[in-house]
Design a binder for this molecule. Structure first.
Ligand SMILES: Cc1cc2nc3c(=O)[nH]c(=O)nc-3n(C[C@H](O)[C@H](O)[C@H](O)COP(=O)(O)OP(=O)(O)OC[C@H]3O[C@@H](n4cnc5c(N)ncnc54)[C@H](O)[C@@H]3O)c2cc1C
Length: 424
């Protein structure tokens, strides 16, 4: 079986090494000058390959039941097994899994070795924009620099436009569309959110533990807790990343989007009021700035004082309890109006993509026999924490093995929780 793969990223390389393991003659085409370049940037250069806290709530997908069954074919345990059996030690940091070296290049080195060992033909600096299926020969053809390649099966693993230069990263979708596939609206995911609220600039550079709630047209869409970062243009950090794709879709639909932050998420309302009262009673002589000293970051305090129409030097006793209480309580419901999500160039993942219902349980196209789709190209995206790479490994494995003619049908666990071992 001759299998051609377009895109040597996470899912494409997994598809290639799997198809070769199951006996296929594999060729992979990559537009960059080397394979797996994006992997080097993942996880801040450490590559968060998967996560022990795996469940379907970490994914956005139209059919989570189907997605769950796919993960039962190649689960997080199969990811661990794959890397360990190929020599890579794994580091577990609170459930987040990395190569033990904490260097993304280790993951890439492992893939490069297997690609080489399994004699996979690799073409770099080769961007494919046109693939054809020839009915009479029952073969796909791909043209590169005057050379024509023919394949029995073709896997599209081109990823999407996330983290690409503006306007780039769309060829995979276009090729899928040329076979009749439907493309769902693309928005940036795992990305910073922009705000024009003036007070944010004063907080730029500060990181702060917070509970963050996302609202669109006053409807609460999501809630996250963790370290929020204030920037010159808005907000960032994992909690913001986690719901950024929801914000991006809501903004795209013309909804009014805002994020409500609680900068004292660890305090119950009653305990917080007690703290305000006792500080007020014992700090009558203090200025507002002194009153807030020792609570959260000074830059936040100064910005909040200004926002609430006070001056740092204003005396507490002159303000009175009610005003001070209001000032402190504004930290617990700080509203940030969101104007936009940062661009696709800044996003770690692209939400949207090829309709997930247009592939079967082997990730074979329902539009074009012999065609398979993997990874970010499909309308599946995950939260931050290793879930997107897990989808890349899972989808690459399934597409690669089935394209090689070795069905994964038997491995599907109905109502599976993604705990299988995909090895025969
Ligand atoms: C900065 C950053 C950090 C991230 N960190 C993490 C993390 O730690 N953990 C995690 O789970 N996820 C992370 N992600 C997300 C994760 O990297 C992606 O979800 C994953 O790589 C998607 O795999 P893929 O195979 O679908 O696409 P990609 O990995 O993007 O691979 C697609 C490949 O196809 C090539 N290509 C595209 N079009 C063509 C064409 N026409 N012809 C030839 N080649 C083509 C591309 O150059 C690319 O090499 C991160 C993403 C970014 C940008």
């Amino acid at each position: 079986m001759k299998v051609g793969i377009i895109g040597a990223g996470a899912s494409g390389m997994m598809a290639a090494v799997t198809a070769a393991e199951y006996g296929a003659e594999v060729t992979i085409f990559e537009k960059n000058d080397r394979v797996g370049k994006k992997i080097l940037a993942t996880g801040n250069g450490k590559c968060n390959i998967s996560n022990l806290e795996f469940d379907m709530n970490k994914y956005y997908c139209a059919d989570k039941e189907k997605l769950s069954r796919l993960f039962s074919v190649f689960s997080l345990w199969d990811t661990i097994n794959f890397f360990e059996s190929n020599g890579m030690l794994i580091r577990n940091k609170n459930g987040y899994l990395y190569p033990y070296s904490e260097q993304a290049s280790t993951v890439l080195d492992i893939f490069r070795k297997i690609l080489n060992d399994r004699k996979i033909e690799v073409y770099t600096e080769t961007e494919i924009s046109d693939v054809r299926f020839h009915k009479e020969k029952n073969k796909f053809s791909v043209e590169t620099k005057g050379q024509k390649h023919e394949f029995d099966r073709l896997i599209l693993s081109c990823g999407g436009p996330a983290s690409q230069r503006k306007g780039e990263g769309m060829t995979g979708y276009h090729m899928a569309q040329s076979f009749g596939h439907t493309l769902h609206r693309l928005v940036p995911g795992l990305v910073q959110l922009r705000s024009n609220d003036g007070f944010i600039k004063g907080m730029a550079g500060v990181r702060c533990q917070a509970k963050a709630e996302l609202y669109a047209d006053n409807e609460k869409l999501s809630e996250e807790q963790g370290e929020v970062q204030f920037t010159e243009y808005g907000i960032s950090g994992i909690p913001v990343f986690q719901f950024s794709r929801m914000a991006a879709y809501a903004l795209d639909e013309g909804k009014k989007v805002y994020v409500k932050l609680n900068l004292f998420p660890d305090y119950e309302e009653k305990a917080f009021l007690y703290i305000i009262r006792s500080r007020f009673d014992t700090m009558q002589e203090a200025s507002v700035e002194e009153f807030l000293l020792g609570t959260v970051n000074k830059k936040i305090n100064l910005a909040m004082i200004k926002k609430e129409g006070m001056k740092p030097g204003d005396k507490i006793e002159k303000q009175g309890f009610q005003k001070i209480k209001e000032l402190m309580q504004s930290y617990r419901s700080l509203v940030i109006h969101i104007e936009a999500a940062n661009g696709m160039e800044n996003a770690q993942v692209c939400a949207g993509g090829v309709d997930f219902e247009e592939v079967d349980m082997q990730l074979a196209s329902l539009k074009q026999p012999g065609l398979y789709l993997t990874g970010e190209l499909l309308d599946v995206d995950g939260k931050c924490g290793g879930y997107n790479l897990q989808w890349a490994w899972t989808s690459g494995y399934i597409a690669g093995r089935n394209a090689a003619g070795n069905s994964t049908k038997e491995l599907i666990i109905e109502n599976g929780k993604g705990t299988s071992n995909a090895k025969d």
